[in-house]
Design a protein around this ligand. Sequence first.
Ligand SMILES: [Zn+2]
Ligand SMILES: [Zn+2]
Ligand SMILES: [Zn+2]
Ligand SMILES: [Zn+2]
Length: 728
Amino acid sequence: MSDQEIGSTTETQPDTVEIAAFGSSKRPQRTRKATEFYTPAPKKQRKKVGRQKDTKVVKNDKPGDKRKAVDVPVERSKKRKVAEPTGSKRKFDPESDEDEARKKMVEDADLIKVRPVPGKKHVQQGRCFLSRYCRFEKCTACLAKKSDKCRFNGIRVFGQRKELVYGPEFMSVEGPDPKSTYESGVSEDEVKNVRVLDLIAPTFMKFLQKELPHLEMAKIRKFPDRNICQLCDSCQTTIFSGYWMCCVCGKEYCLSCYEEWNGSDDSFKETGRCSHRRKHYKEQLVPIYHYAKEEIIRLFDQCNQMILDDEDSSNLDGEELPDDDGAESSEATRPIESSRAVVRRRKPRTSRAKAAAAIDVVDSTMSVLNKDNGISTSPQDCHDRTPQLHDEHKKIEYAASEMTEETFRDLWKRGYPFVIRGAGKLEKEIWKPNYFIEHYGKIDCTVIDVKENVEYKMDVETFFKGFEDINSRFVNKSGICPCLKLKDWPPADDFAEMFPEHYKDFYNSLSFKEYTSRSGILNLAHRLPLEFNRPDLGPKMYNAYGSEDNMGGKGTTNLHLDMTDAVNMMAYAPNVESRLEEERDKPAAAVWDLYHPADLPRVRRFLRKIAKELGLSINHPIHDQCFYLDKELRSRLASEEGVTGWRVFQNPGDVVFVPAGCAHQVCNYTSCVKAAVDFVSPEGVARSYVVNQQFRKLRHGHKRKTDILQLPNILYHAWITSWDESND
Ligand SMILES: [Zn+2]
Ligand SMILES: [Zn+2]
Ligand SMILES: [Zn+2]
Ligand SMILES: [Zn+2]
């Protein structure tokens, strides 16, 4: 089975264990057992492969699909004339022996495994549709014809003979990682860096723990693509370092999906198909990694050191919030002995920064223990890590003068939302409806009818004219003036360009800029290197007319929660005299209902019950964002589950802080202009992780499933920009 032509290379022998070789070694390493890398498919499945072969059944093969299935697209044949040797020039002829063999190859090749190609090698340079690769298997990105990068470029290896010989084989890159450029000043403050390390270590550890066993198997290294966010093709979660790639179609699966895939037909149902809708088998997945083993071990040991140090100072970090099924919270974040003796590496913190940080940690601990801003705290609140317990009477409303960074950190670490009254000192004129009409009136925008959930296209002028004047409002076909919401405005990541004055004004008035501003050193999102495609964290504007929160009221924004922390500032609402008649006796311009992460299991249980009562089919009661809890539902939630949450009123100048993982809904009592921005605090990453894991489990195609934050990448770069190499 050495110098095969294409037709025979991919033929499978279902009952022999294939011997696989990895890497760019010149001599195929036939001594390594395949079982070292792969779990062979259960007998039953492999028999299926054999059966198909015998009976030549081409399931899934629609008429007209055959041409595609044999990898010889007719319309490409002209192009191939230029570079291809004879044999692949002519058009595909289903009757010819050679094409018959090729067709058979695809039909039979439900299972194609990595196999080394002997002799001289050729590494794929460019996309799979280049004429020289055209007759081989193509990657999912090239087949989808998206701008997505070719999965095989620079990594798939062919035998270099008169013609290229298909393996498929893959090669490993060598050398140091490509350099990262960070924003200047992100890592200048040593004390804050140690704080960052302390706070993110337990979460970062969760990612690192998954990587170590993978590195025992993975022999192929590939540098990460910086300008795309690499997502698992099954669960849409960010791939950090290790992953599995199908050697046939290049689909990439994260470590968790691989682990959860039990190989049965039902797994990988929706995204699991290989090209030409063939089946996927675990054996055809190749383990790949981005970061070298030494690097992961080094990070692992550093993380361990941090966690052990934290236990010494007995702080309260790592407070967990329960996952949907409660399983996640019990997941170990305890330090684990690595292959190297961790204890040996445990050194007392000697540097000035470490000493200061230790005091810092003790301080914040003390503030949690002793001081609760005038509200008495139950003893459990301090020591008990049981997630069900949090203080519903916690003070969460502050005057601008009362709020300190210490209070902020204490609240934030424990997942409490809060409001600062009158903190947003904004330039009044530029946030008024007339200003938007004057400067942006002719721009088109998409607005949503809050009640009916219908979208309309209109210009900005039409929307803002109706802001305070009901007679100027847009009337729909049924003759109704719907309550409209102009959400996420501007839709693209260009707030600074579209609203330069607003952008400046908003950032000038933000509190806790180290956390909330784009370049804040405690805003971990900005630790991502400049080469990266960074997540769009805003700011955005949220403009909407008044709505109702009483029985039957639909509010303005349904109950949901986010992976990031957020700060929301009300910039404008009409004076009481200028409000609509029915809006004048409301207690504020808007009202928020906020639920602590620890209450969410009960909120979810309650909403599932409500969905059942209403006959609604839902995937996730909060992530579907399909409920606004009106007065009746709020009181039922309180009486049936004991969850009251917090009601927070918001007027112009009031700033609401919502931690990652804290569920919230909003009702504007009158028309409001608000601006908000997301950020990633070290205090919030543990909760971001839990939300990330929940999103991962949503059904395919769910609007919240796609991981837009890249949490592991953020943690990795936050770590390496914070770690003082002199400690190693
Ligand atoms: Zn490709
Ligand atoms: Zn996955
Ligand atoms: Zn595949
Ligand atoms: Zn939100």
